[in-house]
Design a protein around this ligand. Sequence first.
Ligand SMILES: [Zn+2]
Length: 83
Amino acid sequence: TLHKVPAPNTSRRCSACGFITPGSREDQATFVCKNPDCGWSGNADHNAARNILHLYRMGHALIPAAGRAVVRRDKRVKPATAR
Ligand SMILES: [Zn+2]
């Protein structure tokens, strides 16, 4: 099944400690947590994927109606639920 979660900060939050620290994205592919007590580092997409999974497991999956305002959709594809 496909579930959507709120996108903000999924690529900036550390998936190990939960902190959002400036400069943690060293480049497009590399995430290094700047929290001195953590320091987790790894692939930035892997980190984002862990955050997305975390949001889902915490019950933050979007229901279609509530998610409409924050979900960016491709304008060429009209979703079946659009009004
Ligand atoms: Zn961290």
